[in-house]
Structure formats: C-alpha cells, structure tokens
Design a protein. Structure first.
Length: 90
C-alpha cells in the first residue's frame, strides 16, 4: 500500500489552541543612545576594516579606531541606525 500525501491542509496543527490570549513578556528598558553620547564598551572582535565590534544595551557597536579585542574603550556615538551604533574611539 502506498502512503497518502497529506498536503498543506492535512497536516496536524503544532500550535495549542487556548482561550487565554498570549501576552508577550515585558520588554527591558533600553537606555536611549543619541549622537554625541559617550559610551564605554568592551571590544569583542575586529572586522576586516580594522574597526572594533562590541555590544551596548543589546545593540551592535562598530568602533572606529579601536585596536585590539579585550580592550575597554570610551567611544563617542556618531550614528544610530536601528540595532547598530557607529562610534569613534575617544
């Protein structure tokens, strides 16, 4: 006997149907970062251009002028774009 193909409509739902609405967990408050602010970050990696890569409040920070991974740098924010911050080492 051959297997019958179920297709899209024949598949079993993986989601549990409940009467209580799903409420997302509360978001953590992020500090607002704006151009001109100075932030202290730990350089985690270096990209091909020689810029340092770090994280600050869950955002990726690209630091121009940072030399080595493991270095803590004070950086001045030059541009904020979505989840990325462009900064320059002070």
């Amino acid at each position: 006997m051959g297997r019958k193909k179920l297709g899209r409509r024949g598949r079993v739902s993986l989601y549990v149907h409940s009467t209580t609405p799903l409420v997302p967990p509360p978001r953590e408050e992020r500090k607002t970062v704006s151009v001109g602010d100075e932030i202290k970050v730990l350089i985690e990696d270096v990209n091909r251009r020689g810029e340092g890569i770090a994280t600050y409040e869950g955002r990726t920070v690209i630091v121009r002028g940072a030399a080595d991974p493991g270095e803590v740098v004070l950086a001045r924010v030059k541009k904020v774009s979505g989840g990325t911050i462009i900064a320059e080492a002070v």
